[in-house]
Design a protein around this ligand. Sequence first.
Ligand SMILES: O=C(O)[C@H](O)[C@@H](O)[C@H](O)[C@H](O)COP(=O)(O)O
Length: 241
Amino acid sequence: MPNATAYRVERVEAGEALARRAAELIATGIDLSLAERDRCRIALAGGSTPEASYAKLGGQHLPWNRVDVLLGDERWVPADDPASNALMLRRSLLAQEPGRGACLHPVPTAMATPEEGAAAYAELIRLLCPGEPPVLDLVLLGLGDDGHTASLFPGTDAPAVTDRLVTVGMGKGLPRITMTVPLLSAARHVIFLVSGGGKAEALRRLLDPTESAERTPARRVQPSTTITVLADNAAAALLND
Ligand SMILES: O=C(O)[C@H](O)[C@@H](O)[C@H](O)[C@H](O)COP(=O)(O)O
């Protein structure tokens, strides 16, 4: 799959340094957006890697009341379920001042069906973000060891969905709601945050121009700007940059 997207890789020590750098990059992106527009709309990744970064981000002195925080994807579970990405954000980014003031927009997982939840989230995104497709200012994505990002898993239909902004996916045994490639690719700035040796092959594939998007759906995300890849040394071990 042709992919003209450029990637800028930044290697950082694992742990504290990676979390701090990720928080810095997101905060800078928010700051720059708010210098140009009255509101900043971001979509954040779920999973385990970014939680420490979000905790640091929540301490950054930004006008959080002007920041709309969306989720790139969400597991179809109740809001108080340990698997909920929104719950992870509430106990990290929004667990302290001033991050508590951010405008979190969780996926409505209390609706009757995932399809209804996906449609409602897409409607909310259209209300919050101008443009067609709606333009997010910044998207933080994770990378699975199987090459997925958000809930765009290999071997499922979700990565190839292009006729809507949000769709229903399936991953790790859970139904999920995920932003689609057209919406993610319309973002002004995309950052991948990747940690651990278990992700090294997936990251090598993400950056390999000959890699197929079928095997590595994360390669489908192709914004018009350079993608930032923030990786610790273990995740970047197979890169020859
Ligand atoms: O809801 C999710 O699970 C995430 O959004 C998912 O795309 C995640 O970013 C990757 O699976 C990496 O997850 P880890 O950071 O836990 O390795």
